[in-house]
Design a binder for this molecule. Structure first.
Ligand code: FAD
Ligand code: ZN
Length: 470
Protein backbone atom coordinates (compact mmCIF):
# COMPACT_ATOMS: atom_id res chain seq x y z
CA UNK A 1 0.00 0.00 0.00
CA UNK A 2 2.76 2.40 0.92
CA UNK A 3 4.61 2.54 -2.42
CA UNK A 4 1.20 3.32 -3.95
CA UNK A 5 0.76 6.23 -1.60
CA UNK A 6 4.20 7.61 -2.48
CA UNK A 7 3.40 7.26 -6.18
CA UNK A 8 0.12 9.10 -5.67
CA UNK A 9 1.84 11.88 -3.72
CA UNK A 10 4.45 12.21 -6.43
CA UNK A 11 1.70 12.48 -9.02
CA UNK A 12 0.15 15.36 -7.06
CA UNK A 13 3.27 17.48 -6.58
CA UNK A 14 5.31 16.42 -9.60
CA UNK A 15 9.00 15.48 -9.60
CA UNK A 16 10.09 18.94 -8.39
CA UNK A 17 8.01 18.57 -5.27
CA UNK A 18 9.02 15.04 -4.36
CA UNK A 19 12.31 13.95 -2.76
CA UNK A 20 13.07 10.45 -1.52
CA UNK A 21 16.78 10.02 -2.14
CA UNK A 22 18.44 10.22 1.30
CA UNK A 23 21.05 12.59 -0.14
CA UNK A 24 18.25 14.99 -1.11
CA UNK A 25 16.16 14.58 2.03
CA UNK A 26 19.11 14.99 4.44
CA UNK A 27 18.75 18.78 4.94
CA UNK A 28 15.04 18.32 5.73
CA UNK A 29 15.57 15.73 8.44
CA UNK A 30 18.47 17.43 10.20
CA UNK A 31 18.14 20.23 12.69
CA UNK A 32 20.62 23.10 12.34
CA UNK A 33 22.48 22.38 15.58
CA UNK A 34 22.57 18.68 14.77
CA UNK A 35 20.69 17.79 17.93
CA UNK A 36 18.04 15.89 15.95
CA UNK A 37 18.71 13.81 12.88
CA UNK A 38 15.61 11.94 11.74
CA UNK A 39 14.56 9.87 8.76
CA UNK A 40 11.52 10.03 6.51
CA UNK A 41 9.74 8.20 3.67
CA UNK A 42 9.80 11.30 1.51
CA UNK A 43 9.88 15.07 1.56
CA UNK A 44 6.86 16.57 -0.19
CA UNK A 45 7.09 20.16 -1.36
CA UNK A 46 3.71 21.28 -2.73
CA UNK A 47 3.41 24.47 -4.76
CA UNK A 48 -0.20 25.42 -3.96
CA UNK A 49 -2.92 25.09 -1.35
CA UNK A 50 -4.77 22.67 -3.64
CA UNK A 51 -1.70 20.43 -3.75
CA UNK A 52 -1.31 20.56 0.03
CA UNK A 53 -4.98 19.62 0.41
CA UNK A 54 -4.68 16.67 -1.96
CA UNK A 55 -1.48 15.45 -0.26
CA UNK A 56 -3.09 15.62 3.17
CA UNK A 57 -6.28 13.93 1.95
CA UNK A 58 -4.27 11.02 0.57
CA UNK A 59 -2.22 10.77 3.76
CA UNK A 60 -5.37 10.85 5.91
CA UNK A 61 -6.84 7.98 3.91
CA UNK A 62 -3.68 5.95 4.37
CA UNK A 63 -3.14 6.96 8.03
CA UNK A 64 0.21 8.42 7.02
CA UNK A 65 1.86 10.72 9.61
CA UNK A 66 2.96 14.18 8.39
CA UNK A 67 5.59 16.54 9.79
CA UNK A 68 4.89 20.12 8.62
CA UNK A 69 8.07 22.09 8.08
CA UNK A 70 9.04 25.69 7.37
CA UNK A 71 12.58 27.04 7.62
CA UNK A 72 13.59 24.48 10.23
CA UNK A 73 14.92 27.12 12.63
CA UNK A 74 12.88 26.48 15.76
CA UNK A 75 15.53 24.24 17.36
CA UNK A 76 13.24 22.17 19.59
CA UNK A 77 12.84 19.23 17.23
CA UNK A 78 9.24 19.96 16.22
CA UNK A 79 9.96 20.23 12.49
CA UNK A 80 12.14 17.10 12.28
CA UNK A 81 10.71 13.58 11.72
CA UNK A 82 11.47 10.84 14.22
CA UNK A 83 14.26 8.33 13.70
CA UNK A 84 11.75 5.58 12.78
CA UNK A 85 11.60 6.81 9.18
CA UNK A 86 7.84 6.20 8.91
CA UNK A 87 6.77 9.86 8.51
CA UNK A 88 6.67 12.19 5.55
CA UNK A 89 7.92 15.78 5.77
CA UNK A 90 5.64 18.39 4.21
CA UNK A 91 7.83 21.40 3.52
CA UNK A 92 6.10 24.67 2.59
CA UNK A 93 9.12 26.37 1.01
CA UNK A 94 7.71 26.44 -2.52
CA UNK A 95 4.58 28.28 -1.43
CA UNK A 96 6.27 31.66 -1.26
CA UNK A 97 4.02 34.18 -3.00
CA UNK A 98 2.85 37.49 -1.61
CA UNK A 99 -0.82 37.23 -2.56
CA UNK A 100 -1.92 40.73 -1.68
CA UNK A 101 -0.73 43.95 -0.06
CA UNK A 102 -3.47 46.35 0.98
CA UNK A 103 -1.64 49.51 2.06
CA UNK A 104 -4.77 51.37 3.15
CA UNK A 105 -5.95 48.41 5.19
CA UNK A 106 -2.39 47.96 6.53
CA UNK A 107 -2.38 44.24 5.71
CA UNK A 108 -0.31 41.81 3.71
CA UNK A 109 -1.51 38.36 2.65
CA UNK A 110 1.30 35.88 2.20
CA UNK A 111 1.80 32.18 1.65
CA UNK A 112 3.23 30.07 4.44
CA UNK A 113 6.57 29.47 2.74
CA UNK A 114 7.51 33.15 2.44
CA UNK A 115 10.72 33.86 4.33
CA UNK A 116 10.07 36.44 7.05
CA UNK A 117 12.70 38.83 5.66
CA UNK A 118 11.04 38.79 2.23
CA UNK A 119 7.75 39.84 3.79
CA UNK A 120 9.48 42.60 5.78
CA UNK A 121 10.94 43.86 2.51
CA UNK A 122 7.60 43.73 0.69
CA UNK A 123 6.06 45.81 3.50
CA UNK A 124 8.91 48.30 3.37
CA UNK A 125 8.56 48.65 -0.40
CA UNK A 126 4.98 49.78 0.29
CA UNK A 127 6.21 52.22 2.97
CA UNK A 128 4.89 50.04 5.78
CA UNK A 129 6.48 48.04 8.61
CA UNK A 130 5.87 44.39 9.44
CA UNK A 131 6.72 44.65 13.15
CA UNK A 132 8.18 41.16 13.52
CA UNK A 133 11.94 40.75 13.58
CA UNK A 134 14.41 38.29 15.10
CA UNK A 135 17.66 36.47 14.50
CA UNK A 136 16.24 33.74 12.25
CA UNK A 137 14.37 36.15 9.94
CA UNK A 138 16.59 35.35 6.95
CA UNK A 139 15.47 31.70 6.92
CA UNK A 140 12.35 31.15 9.05
CA UNK A 141 9.04 31.09 7.19
CA UNK A 142 5.70 32.72 7.93
CA UNK A 143 4.03 29.34 8.50
CA UNK A 144 6.71 28.54 11.08
CA UNK A 145 6.35 31.98 12.70
CA UNK A 146 2.63 31.34 13.15
CA UNK A 147 2.99 27.70 14.19
CA UNK A 148 5.42 28.70 16.96
CA UNK A 149 3.83 32.09 17.71
CA UNK A 150 7.26 33.66 17.45
CA UNK A 151 8.00 37.00 19.08
CA UNK A 152 11.03 39.11 18.42
CA UNK A 153 12.73 42.31 19.45
CA UNK A 154 9.60 44.44 18.90
CA UNK A 155 7.16 42.35 20.95
CA UNK A 156 7.14 44.98 23.69
CA UNK A 157 5.45 47.43 21.34
CA UNK A 158 3.53 45.33 18.79
CA UNK A 159 3.00 41.94 20.45
CA UNK A 160 4.08 38.54 19.16
CA UNK A 161 2.97 36.79 15.97
CA UNK A 162 -0.47 36.01 17.39
CA UNK A 163 -1.15 39.73 17.78
CA UNK A 164 -0.17 40.37 14.17
CA UNK A 165 -2.41 37.80 12.49
CA UNK A 166 -5.84 38.75 11.16
CA UNK A 167 -6.59 35.65 9.14
CA UNK A 168 -5.28 32.23 8.13
CA UNK A 169 -5.81 29.60 5.48
CA UNK A 170 -5.39 26.07 6.82
CA UNK A 171 -5.47 22.59 5.36
CA UNK A 172 -7.17 20.46 8.01
CA UNK A 173 -5.97 16.95 8.89
CA UNK A 174 -8.67 15.40 6.67
CA UNK A 175 -7.62 17.45 3.64
CA UNK A 176 -10.40 20.06 3.74
CA UNK A 177 -9.34 23.69 3.29
CA UNK A 178 -10.50 26.33 5.77
CA UNK A 179 -10.29 29.72 4.09
CA UNK A 180 -10.09 32.05 7.06
CA UNK A 181 -8.14 34.77 5.26
CA UNK A 182 -10.18 37.62 6.78
CA UNK A 183 -8.64 41.09 6.70
CA UNK A 184 -10.84 42.39 9.49
CA UNK A 185 -9.91 44.05 12.74
CA UNK A 186 -13.38 43.56 14.12
CA UNK A 187 -15.10 40.22 13.69
CA UNK A 188 -17.17 38.93 16.58
CA UNK A 189 -18.83 35.91 15.09
CA UNK A 190 -17.98 33.19 17.56
CA UNK A 191 -14.86 31.12 18.25
CA UNK A 192 -11.78 32.78 16.82
CA UNK A 193 -10.50 29.60 15.18
CA UNK A 194 -7.28 31.05 13.78
CA UNK A 195 -5.85 31.12 17.28
CA UNK A 196 -6.09 27.33 17.50
CA UNK A 197 -3.54 26.97 14.72
CA UNK A 198 -1.21 29.73 15.92
CA UNK A 199 1.25 28.18 18.37
CA UNK A 200 -0.01 24.64 17.62
CA UNK A 201 3.40 23.62 16.24
CA UNK A 202 1.83 21.82 13.30
CA UNK A 203 -0.26 19.42 15.40
CA UNK A 204 -3.70 20.59 14.22
CA UNK A 205 -3.31 21.35 10.53
CA UNK A 206 -1.12 22.94 7.90
CA UNK A 207 -1.11 26.71 7.67
CA UNK A 208 -0.86 27.59 3.98
CA UNK A 209 -1.35 31.38 4.09
CA UNK A 210 -1.93 34.26 6.49
CA UNK A 211 -3.06 37.87 6.62
CA UNK A 212 -0.63 39.92 8.71
CA UNK A 213 -1.03 43.40 10.15
CA UNK A 214 1.28 46.16 9.01
CA UNK A 215 1.95 49.47 10.77
CA UNK A 216 3.25 52.86 9.60
CA UNK A 217 7.03 52.95 9.33
CA UNK A 218 8.72 54.79 12.21
CA UNK A 219 10.47 57.91 10.85
CA UNK A 220 12.51 58.47 13.94
CA UNK A 221 14.36 55.86 15.98
CA UNK A 222 16.33 56.54 19.15
CA UNK A 223 18.61 53.93 20.68
CA UNK A 224 20.53 54.07 23.94
CA UNK A 225 22.97 51.85 25.78
CA UNK A 226 22.28 52.36 29.45
CA UNK A 227 24.07 51.18 32.60
CA UNK A 228 21.71 50.31 35.46
CA UNK A 229 22.43 49.17 39.04
CA UNK A 230 20.53 45.89 38.77
CA UNK A 231 17.50 44.18 37.14
CA UNK A 232 15.13 45.75 39.69
CA UNK A 233 16.23 49.20 38.54
CA UNK A 234 15.99 48.09 34.91
CA UNK A 235 12.31 47.15 35.29
CA UNK A 236 11.52 50.40 37.14
CA UNK A 237 13.29 52.31 34.36
CA UNK A 238 11.24 50.45 31.75
CA UNK A 239 7.99 51.71 33.27
CA UNK A 240 9.37 55.27 33.60
CA UNK A 241 10.66 55.38 30.02
CA UNK A 242 7.43 54.01 28.58
CA UNK A 243 5.66 56.87 30.26
CA UNK A 244 8.27 59.52 29.41
CA UNK A 245 8.36 58.64 25.69
CA UNK A 246 4.59 58.41 25.16
CA UNK A 247 4.76 54.61 25.11
CA UNK A 248 6.97 54.49 22.02
CA UNK A 249 9.54 51.98 23.35
CA UNK A 250 9.95 49.08 20.94
CA UNK A 251 12.90 47.27 22.50
CA UNK A 252 14.21 46.89 26.03
CA UNK A 253 16.96 44.28 26.25
CA UNK A 254 18.80 43.36 29.44
CA UNK A 255 22.54 42.64 29.19
CA UNK A 256 24.70 41.48 32.12
CA UNK A 257 28.35 42.52 32.38
CA UNK A 258 29.46 38.90 32.04
CA UNK A 259 27.66 38.72 28.69
CA UNK A 260 29.33 41.92 27.50
CA UNK A 261 32.73 40.56 28.58
CA UNK A 262 32.14 37.28 26.70
CA UNK A 263 31.05 39.25 23.62
CA UNK A 264 34.12 41.52 23.74
CA UNK A 265 36.38 38.51 24.15
CA UNK A 266 34.96 36.42 21.30
CA UNK A 267 33.13 38.55 18.74
CA UNK A 268 34.95 40.95 16.46
CA UNK A 269 33.75 44.53 16.56
CA UNK A 270 32.13 44.48 20.01
CA UNK A 271 33.19 47.41 22.18
CA UNK A 272 31.96 48.67 25.54
CA UNK A 273 30.29 52.01 24.73
CA UNK A 274 30.73 53.34 28.29
CA UNK A 275 33.89 54.46 30.10
CA UNK A 276 33.31 52.68 33.44
CA UNK A 277 32.54 49.06 34.21
CA UNK A 278 28.95 48.36 35.37
CA UNK A 279 27.18 45.18 36.44
CA UNK A 280 24.07 45.51 34.24
CA UNK A 281 22.97 47.28 31.07
CA UNK A 282 19.86 47.75 28.98
CA UNK A 283 19.64 48.41 25.29
CA UNK A 284 16.63 50.68 24.83
CA UNK A 285 15.01 51.68 21.56
CA UNK A 286 12.05 53.94 20.84
CA UNK A 287 10.42 54.72 17.51
CA UNK A 288 7.89 57.34 16.46
CA UNK A 289 6.15 58.24 13.24
CA UNK A 290 6.35 62.01 13.42
CA UNK A 291 7.82 65.03 15.15
CA UNK A 292 11.28 66.12 14.05
CA UNK A 293 13.39 65.91 17.16
CA UNK A 294 10.42 65.49 19.48
CA UNK A 295 11.18 61.88 20.29
CA UNK A 296 14.83 62.67 20.91
CA UNK A 297 13.86 65.28 23.51
CA UNK A 298 11.45 62.92 25.27
CA UNK A 299 14.04 60.13 25.20
CA UNK A 300 16.81 62.36 26.61
CA UNK A 301 14.51 63.76 29.29
CA UNK A 302 13.44 60.26 30.30
CA UNK A 303 17.04 59.11 30.66
CA UNK A 304 17.97 62.32 32.54
CA UNK A 305 15.15 61.65 35.00
CA UNK A 306 16.56 58.12 35.35
CA UNK A 307 19.96 59.57 36.28
CA UNK A 308 18.32 61.75 38.94
CA UNK A 309 16.38 58.86 40.43
CA UNK A 310 19.51 56.67 40.25
CA UNK A 311 17.85 54.07 38.06
CA UNK A 312 20.44 55.04 35.46
CA UNK A 313 24.17 55.10 36.24
CA UNK A 314 25.38 56.17 32.82
CA UNK A 315 23.99 56.22 29.29
CA UNK A 316 24.94 56.92 25.71
CA UNK A 317 22.45 57.66 22.94
CA UNK A 318 23.34 56.61 19.39
CA UNK A 319 24.16 59.62 17.20
CA UNK A 320 23.91 57.73 13.91
CA UNK A 321 22.95 54.37 12.45
CA UNK A 322 26.52 53.06 12.73
CA UNK A 323 26.50 53.63 16.48
CA UNK A 324 23.03 52.12 16.74
CA UNK A 325 24.28 49.00 14.94
CA UNK A 326 27.26 48.83 17.30
CA UNK A 327 24.86 48.74 20.28
CA UNK A 328 22.77 46.00 18.66
CA UNK A 329 25.90 44.02 17.82
CA UNK A 330 26.53 43.64 21.56
CA UNK A 331 23.06 42.21 22.07
CA UNK A 332 23.31 39.90 19.08
CA UNK A 333 26.82 38.74 20.00
CA UNK A 334 25.71 37.44 23.41
CA UNK A 335 24.49 34.06 22.12
CA UNK A 336 27.42 33.43 19.83
CA UNK A 337 30.00 34.41 22.41
CA UNK A 338 28.70 31.89 24.92
CA UNK A 339 29.64 29.04 22.62
CA UNK A 340 33.30 29.81 23.22
CA UNK A 341 33.02 29.60 27.00
CA UNK A 342 32.56 25.83 27.17
CA UNK A 343 29.30 24.00 27.83
CA UNK A 344 26.27 26.25 27.72
CA UNK A 345 22.66 25.46 28.68
CA UNK A 346 19.70 27.54 27.56
CA UNK A 347 16.46 28.33 29.33
CA UNK A 348 13.97 30.32 27.25
CA UNK A 349 11.45 31.39 29.90
CA UNK A 350 9.13 34.24 30.78
CA UNK A 351 7.58 35.72 33.92
CA UNK A 352 5.35 38.77 34.46
CA UNK A 353 7.51 41.83 33.76
CA UNK A 354 7.20 42.92 37.40
CA UNK A 355 8.84 39.64 38.48
CA UNK A 356 11.82 39.60 36.14
CA UNK A 357 14.25 40.74 38.85
CA UNK A 358 12.91 38.20 41.38
CA UNK A 359 13.35 35.46 38.81
CA UNK A 360 16.93 36.42 37.98
CA UNK A 361 17.90 36.67 41.65
CA UNK A 362 16.26 33.41 42.71
CA UNK A 363 17.28 31.36 39.71
CA UNK A 364 20.89 32.57 39.83
CA UNK A 365 21.13 31.77 43.53
CA UNK A 366 19.64 28.30 42.96
CA UNK A 367 21.94 27.26 40.12
CA UNK A 368 25.00 28.63 41.92
CA UNK A 369 24.10 26.54 44.97
CA UNK A 370 23.68 23.46 42.77
CA UNK A 371 26.90 23.93 40.78
CA UNK A 372 29.42 26.23 42.44
CA UNK A 373 31.26 28.33 39.86
CA UNK A 374 28.46 28.05 37.25
CA UNK A 375 28.33 31.25 35.19
CA UNK A 376 24.80 32.59 34.70
CA UNK A 377 24.25 34.96 31.78
CA UNK A 378 20.62 36.10 32.07
CA UNK A 379 19.72 38.40 29.21
CA UNK A 380 17.01 39.20 26.74
CA UNK A 381 13.71 40.82 26.00
CA UNK A 382 12.81 41.71 29.58
CA UNK A 383 10.52 44.44 28.25
CA UNK A 384 8.07 41.60 27.63
CA UNK A 385 9.15 39.42 30.57
CA UNK A 386 11.28 37.05 28.47
CA UNK A 387 14.60 36.02 30.00
CA UNK A 388 17.14 33.88 28.22
CA UNK A 389 18.52 32.34 31.38
CA UNK A 390 21.64 30.90 29.79
CA UNK A 391 24.24 29.12 31.87
CA UNK A 392 27.90 28.49 31.17
CA UNK A 393 29.93 25.77 32.83
CA UNK A 394 32.37 26.72 35.59
CA UNK A 395 35.76 27.67 34.19
CA UNK A 396 37.91 24.60 33.62
CA UNK A 397 35.07 22.16 34.43
CA UNK A 398 34.36 19.01 32.43
CA UNK A 399 31.96 19.98 29.64
CA UNK A 400 30.24 16.61 29.26
CA UNK A 401 29.67 16.31 33.02
CA UNK A 402 28.17 19.81 33.06
CA UNK A 403 25.90 19.17 30.10
CA UNK A 404 24.74 15.90 31.68
CA UNK A 405 23.09 17.92 34.45
CA UNK A 406 20.73 19.62 32.00
CA UNK A 407 17.52 17.92 33.24
CA UNK A 408 18.32 18.66 36.86
CA UNK A 409 19.00 22.34 36.10
CA UNK A 410 15.94 22.66 33.90
CA UNK A 411 13.68 21.27 36.65
CA UNK A 412 15.19 23.65 39.19
CA UNK A 413 14.75 26.68 36.92
CA UNK A 414 11.26 25.73 35.78
CA UNK A 415 10.08 25.27 39.36
CA UNK A 416 11.09 28.87 40.06
CA UNK A 417 9.37 29.95 36.82
CA UNK A 418 6.22 28.19 38.03
CA UNK A 419 6.31 29.80 41.47
CA UNK A 420 6.59 33.21 39.81
CA UNK A 421 3.64 32.55 37.50
CA UNK A 422 5.77 32.24 34.39
CA UNK A 423 6.12 30.04 31.30
CA UNK A 424 8.73 27.36 30.55
CA UNK A 425 8.84 28.35 26.88
CA UNK A 426 8.67 31.97 25.84
CA UNK A 427 9.89 31.67 22.26
CA UNK A 428 11.02 28.44 20.67
CA UNK A 429 8.06 26.27 21.68
CA UNK A 430 7.76 22.74 23.06
CA UNK A 431 8.58 20.50 20.08
CA UNK A 432 10.22 17.33 21.22
CA UNK A 433 12.42 18.60 23.97
CA UNK A 434 9.96 20.10 26.46
CA UNK A 435 7.03 17.67 26.25
CA UNK A 436 7.74 16.02 29.58
CA UNK A 437 8.15 19.41 31.23
CA UNK A 438 4.85 20.54 29.75
CA UNK A 439 3.15 17.53 31.34
CA UNK A 440 4.66 18.55 34.66
CA UNK A 441 3.69 22.24 34.59
CA UNK A 442 0.23 22.31 32.95
CA UNK A 443 -2.82 21.57 35.06
CA UNK A 444 -4.86 18.42 34.31
CA UNK A 445 -7.72 20.65 33.14
CA UNK A 446 -5.52 22.48 30.66
CA UNK A 447 -4.00 19.22 29.36
CA UNK A 448 -7.50 17.76 28.97
CA UNK A 449 -8.61 20.75 26.92
CA UNK A 450 -5.53 20.55 24.71
CA UNK A 451 -6.10 16.82 24.09
CA UNK A 452 -9.80 17.42 23.37
CA UNK A 453 -8.92 20.00 20.71
CA UNK A 454 -6.36 17.65 19.18
CA UNK A 455 -8.84 14.75 19.11
CA UNK A 456 -11.56 16.90 17.56
CA UNK A 457 -9.40 18.25 14.74
CA UNK A 458 -7.05 15.35 14.16
CA UNK A 459 -8.86 12.17 15.27
CA UNK A 460 -6.44 9.94 13.34
CA UNK A 461 -3.44 11.62 14.95
CA UNK A 462 -1.54 12.07 11.68
CA UNK A 463 -0.50 15.71 12.18
CA UNK A 464 2.99 15.94 13.71
CA UNK A 465 2.38 13.07 16.15
CA UNK A 466 4.26 12.93 19.46
CA UNK A 467 5.24 16.58 19.30
CA UNK A 468 4.06 19.30 21.68
CA UNK A 469 1.38 17.26 23.51
CA UNK A 470 2.72 15.11 26.33
P1 FAD B 1 10.18 25.32 11.65
O1 FAD B 1 11.33 25.27 12.57
O2 FAD B 1 10.34 24.69 10.33
O3 FAD B 1 8.90 24.68 12.37
C1 FAD B 1 8.54 25.03 13.67
C2 FAD B 1 7.26 24.28 14.09
O4 FAD B 1 6.16 24.75 13.32
C3 FAD B 1 7.32 22.78 13.84
O5 FAD B 1 6.60 22.12 14.85
C4 FAD B 1 6.63 22.61 12.51
O6 FAD B 1 6.03 21.34 12.40
C5 FAD B 1 5.60 23.72 12.54
N1 FAD B 1 5.30 24.32 11.23
C6 FAD B 1 6.16 24.92 10.38
N2 FAD B 1 5.52 25.41 9.31
C7 FAD B 1 4.21 25.11 9.48
C8 FAD B 1 3.03 25.34 8.71
N3 FAD B 1 3.08 25.99 7.55
N4 FAD B 1 1.85 24.89 9.21
C9 FAD B 1 1.79 24.23 10.38
N5 FAD B 1 2.88 23.98 11.14
C10 FAD B 1 4.06 24.41 10.69
N6 FAD B 1 11.79 32.55 18.17
C11 FAD B 1 11.17 33.57 18.77
O7 FAD B 1 9.98 33.45 19.10
N7 FAD B 1 11.81 34.76 19.02
C12 FAD B 1 13.09 34.96 18.67
O8 FAD B 1 13.64 36.03 18.91
C13 FAD B 1 13.77 33.90 18.00
N8 FAD B 1 15.02 34.07 17.60
C14 FAD B 1 15.63 33.06 16.94
C15 FAD B 1 16.94 33.28 16.51
C16 FAD B 1 17.63 32.29 15.83
C17 FAD B 1 19.04 32.55 15.37
C18 FAD B 1 17.00 31.04 15.58
C19 FAD B 1 17.71 29.95 14.84
C20 FAD B 1 15.69 30.83 16.00
C21 FAD B 1 15.00 31.82 16.70
N9 FAD B 1 13.68 31.66 17.14
C22 FAD B 1 13.06 32.69 17.77
C23 FAD B 1 12.96 30.38 16.97
C24 FAD B 1 11.67 30.49 16.17
O9 FAD B 1 10.69 29.65 16.71
C25 FAD B 1 11.81 30.16 14.72
O10 FAD B 1 12.84 30.90 14.18
C26 FAD B 1 10.61 30.37 13.80
O11 FAD B 1 9.46 30.88 14.42
C27 FAD B 1 10.23 29.07 13.23
O12 FAD B 1 9.99 29.21 11.87
P2 FAD B 1 10.46 28.09 10.88
O13 FAD B 1 9.87 28.43 9.57
O14 FAD B 1 11.89 27.86 10.92
O15 FAD B 1 9.66 26.81 11.48
ZN1 ZN C 1 15.01 35.74 22.09
Amino acid sequence: MLPDLLDSLKAVVGPRGFLDDPADTAPYVTEARGRFVGRCRAVIRPASTAEVAEVVRLCAEAGQAIVPQGGNTSLVGGSIPFESGTEIVLNLGRMNRVRDLDALNHTITVEAGCVLQTVQQAAQDADRLLPLSYGAEGSCQIGGCLATNAGGTMTLRYGNTRDLVLGVEVVLPDGRVWDGLRRLRKNNTGYDLKHLFIGAEGTLGIITAAVLKLVPRPRQVETAFVAVPDPTAAIALLADLREATGDTLCAFELIPRRGLDFARRHVTGVVDPLADVHAWYVLVEAGAGTGEGALRTLFEDGLARGLESELVLDAVIAENSKQRQAFWLIREALVEAQKYEGGSLKNDVSVPVSRVADFITEATRAVEALIPGIRAVPFGHVGDGNIHFNLNQPEGADTAAFMARWDEIQTLVNDIVGRLDGSISAEHGIGRIKRQELARVKSPVELDLMRAVKAALDPKGIMNPNKLLP
